[in-house]
Design a protein around this ligand. Sequence first.
Ligand code: SF4
Length: 256
Amino acid sequence: MGLTGRIFNIQKFSINDGPGIRTTVFFKGCPLGCPWCANPESQNRYAYIADTMGDEAYSGRDYTVEEVMTQVRKDKPFYQQSGGGMTLSGGEVLQQMEFAIALCKAAHSEGIHVAAETTGYTAPGRFQVFLPFVDLLLFDFKHYDRIKHHESIGVYNDIILENLRQSVDAKVPVIARIPVIPEFNSNLSSARQMAQTLADIGIKEIHLLPFHQLGEKKYEQMGLDYAMKGVKQLYPEDLQEYQKVFLDYGLDCKFQ
Ligand code: SF4
């Protein structure tokens, strides 16, 4: 069968995963454990709990590059009209880096723009290898404070910040994406620290992702505990001052 990647969804007509109309390819497996994760099925590459459900939407399956590209190239006219393309997402794309690079090459050989959403949590040497293959990085940035990052997500943010710096130094276009989470990073003091950190690194564009509860049902279906049960959703109108902090730092900051 050759090179394969474990994918749990290929979503057509995505409009929130980079510019234009896109096809988003969701890679299974993530080294982080965000309590607010809306795709809990993405976290374990070998999701035994989900596998027992016999549902491909949860357990994913192994695809060849050509199988993915068969889906992706169907919408080429839409990409051309809208300035869109393919987005690799997850989970964490870089947990299956060889497959990700093969997909990037295949898309580029057909003139398709490639964006990759990443947690940035992978060895800096590996990250550098990946950088030349993408046209745009959607780089998750969750917290400026390494201890708080570790307490909530299970890993420190040092590697993530290092990879973010490397991306900017390598002149890869980067949009930093901040999930705004109640009692984690949603106060104005956090916003100021995050804006300062990102501005210092040289990031110019920020997307804010207000906390939502769209993943809650999946936890129930998978028989998993959901730490964010009952936590109030946030909306752009709740975060006008939060956004203003980033704008005041000269950053182009939008809601996603
Ligand atoms: S980084 Fe993304 S996919 Fe991974 S646990 Fe966090 S929210 Fe889920």
